[in-house]
Design a binder for this molecule. Structure first.
Ligand code: AMP
Length: 186
């Protein structure tokens, strides 16, 4: 099954994607993780993208589209994929749809994790302590949340129009969110 996990920074997309990957064998595809690997590998691309990411801004569409293409076409996604943090623009959503179509696949489910802003701030502060991500600062978080509000207003209607969208209460415990997710993907 090919699933998109959609939600604001700190909604728990990565945590839930890892659980689904383990239980169902769908491959987690996180563009944020791919970009952070470029940054920590100090590649030319990583050096350029770090500045954008640290500010909380979006990197150019063509970069994330090409990153995701390599994986979509690989055998790792035979059982399906969980798109985590991608697509974030309609151009990305269109590109994803075309590349899946070329492999005879399609997005089957778009799950929006909804979490109150106050709860997100607490989660981001916790992640900053635990993981030390350079973009988990108050300023970058504000930018990322503001951008999320903007791009979700474009991307979610795209999938709602296709009848693929489900809303899930992400304010629950990790276990309860997983339970609700299992019902949607089984
Ligand atoms: P994430 O781990 O999904 O929160 O992503 C961390 C950062 O990577 C974002 O704030 C963006 O700078 C960049 N990024 C990740 N995915 C995308 C995407 N699909 N489109 C544009 N930028 C992205």
């Amino acid at each position: 099954m090919n699933i998109i996990l959609f939600g604001p920074p700190g909604a728990g997309k990565g945590t839930q994607a890892k659980i689904l990957e383990k239980e169902y064998g769908f491959k987690q595809l996180s563009t944020g993780d791919m970009l952070r690997a470029e940054v920590s590998g100090q590649t030319e691309l990583g050096k350029k993208m770090k500045v954008i990411m640290d500010q909380g801004n979006l990197v150019p569409d063509e970069i994330v589209i090409e990153m995701i293409r390599t994986y979509v076409e690989s055998d790792d996604c035979e059982k399906g994929a969980i798109f985590d943090g991608f697509p974030r623009t309609v151009a990305q959503a269109d590109a994803l749809s075309s590349m899946l179509k070329e492999c005879g696949k399609a997005i089957e489910c778009v799950i929006e994790l909804q979490v109150e802003d106050d709860a997100l701030v607490g989660r981001i502060e916790k992640r900053a302590e635990e993981e030390g991500r350079d973009d988990d600062t108050v300023d970058a978080f504000k930018v990322r949340l503001g951008l999320y509000r903007d791009y979700s207003a474009d991307v979610l209607p795209y999938y709602k129009a296709k009848g693929l969208h489900s809303l899930l209460d992400g304010d629950q415990s990790v276990e309860d969110v997983s339970k609700a997710l299992r019902l949607l993907v089984s």
